[in-house]
Design a protein around this ligand. Structure first.
Ligand SMILES: *Cc1c(COP(=O)(O)O)cnc(C)c1O
Length: 425
């Protein structure tokens, strides 16, 4: 039966048969038993479907991944141990030493470091670009060895919105896929595949979990990118893999090629699998995702409107605000709302910002975001404290930026809290 996203949040993925457990079972098992040696051999040749070792795949994880694939409108998905692992795999699955890719310079700091520093050590070069440049300008960053383009639907922490259609056109003109981290929007508020995005990643640690209990990540493939049409660029997918008796992923697995390769090669070799227990928690979170996202957005809108009206607030970015630079893009791609995260600054220096934050009573200072409880962070004095103001600006983060993640509390209580803290500065 074709259902809407709210119904899918509850019912997609695990569908128990007669007499089976109603809730998703946790397959807490490292290994799986087979009756014949031949069957086991066929699994190792990727000729038969089935599980052999939880370092690569586990039934609980796969059921949760298939729910996420349905929510995103994709054909295949996999869970990883963290969002970092998901973004690493998403790129490393198609890039090797000597390759190049392009990423928005406004992406999450952890991903920025992974792409700019750690991947460089593997011989993979990333060029960071201003995502608001016109397509003709962005075009100039492509090289013959460029293999992918990467951005975030809503950037963390600067809350800008990616123009999917511009980036999809750009990537496809050069025969490479567009990969988008959809963590902040979630599939409830945005399904990037509708706008030409080829692969989506998630830090499931955020809204998908929603309660701050488990670190995890995911990769979802739309199945739309034609690897074989660009076979010279993607030898890993389009030429035989000798470690599996010479199968060619794009030929043998068609639309499932990208996720199958990431599972069979990268998960086998790196083992960044999500534990089945954590996959279970994420499934619980996804069951209420549609209800929670709506409330996160309503609350964030009220808080943003309050902050916008305050004299002591220097600036605020929230795409739900009519005057926001990204409001039109948000209306186009995020019809149900954006997310609960906003950023703003209070007038004054770093010390004023710190005083304001220390005086908040409800919102807690935490290295977390997109949680049921309101939390906040001042990158200049927390995650990025080693950087000077100049370096912060280079990284696209204003030294006065406060990232405020609106939770599920009563919005009036959050506003009262902000109000009393503003009065202290
Ligand atoms: C948190 C985050 C990540 C990293 O995810 P972890 O689960 O912490 O490894 C990646 N992308 C975005 C947008 C994030 O917010």
């Amino acid at each position: 039966m074709d259902t809407r996203i709210e119904t899918k949040c509850l019912h997609a993925g695990y569908e128990p048969k007669n007499g089976e457990p109603r809730q998703l079972p946790i397959y807490q098992s490292t290994t799986f038993k087979y009756d014949s040696s031949d069957h086991m051999g066929a699994l190792f040749d990727l000729e038969a479907e089935g599980y052999f070792y939880t370092r690569l795949q586990n039934p609980t994880n796969d059921l949760v991944a298939s729910k996420l694939a349905e929510l995103e409108g994709g054909v295949a998905a996999m869970l990883t141990s963290s969002g970092q692992a998901a973004n690493f795999f998403a790129i490393f699955n198609i890039c090797e030493a000597g390759d190049h890719f392009i990423a928005s310079s406004s992406i999450y700091g952890g991903t920025y470091n992974l792409f700019g520093v750690t991947m460089a050590k593997l011989g993979i070069e990333c060029t960071f670009v201003d995502q608001d440049l016109p397509i003709e300008e962005l075009d100039k960053y492509f090289k013959p060895n460029t293999k992918a383009v990467f951005g975030e639907t809503i950037t963390n922490p600067t809350c800008t919105i990616l123009d999917f259609e511009k980036f999809a056109t750009l990537a496809h003109n050069h025969g490479v896929p567009l990969i988008v981290d959809n963590t902040f929007a979630t599939p409830v508020n945005c399904q990037p595949f509708k706008y030409g995005v080829d692969i989506v990643t998630h830090s499931t640690t955020k809204y998908l979990d929603g309660q701050g209990v488990s670190v995890g990540g995911a990769i979802v493939d739309s199945g739309n990118f034609d690897w074989m049409a660009n076979k010279d660029k993607f030898p890993g997918l389009c030429t035989p893999d000798e470690s599996y008796h010479g199968i060619t992923y794009a030929e043998k697995f068609g639309k499932g090629a990208y996720i199958t390769k990431a599972t069979a090669q990268l998960m086998r070799d790196f083992g960044c699998i999500q534990s089945p227990q954590n996959a279970f928690y994420i499934n619980l979170g996804m069951e209420t995702l549609h209800v929670r996202m709506q409330r996160h957005c309503e609350n964030a809108q009220k808080v943003a409107e309050f902050l916008e009206s305050q004299d002591k607030v220097a600036w605020i970015h929230y795409a739900g605000l009519k005057n926001d630079k990204y409001h039109d893009l948000a209306e186009k791609y995020l019809e149900n709302g954006t997310c609960g995260v906003l950023c703003f600054a209070v007038k004054g220096d770093r010390d004023t910002a710190i005083k304001f934050m220390d005086n908040l009573k409800l919102a807690t200072i935490a290295t977390h975001v997109a949680d049921a409880r309101t939390c906040l962070l001042h990158p200049a004095s927390h995650t990025h404290r080693q950087l000077t103001d100049e370096q912060l600006i280079e990284a696209g983060i204003s030294p006065d930026l406060i990232r405020y993640s609106v939770g599920l509390e009563n919005a009036d209580d959050l506003i009262a809290d902000l109000k009393q803290a503003l009065e202290t500065i």
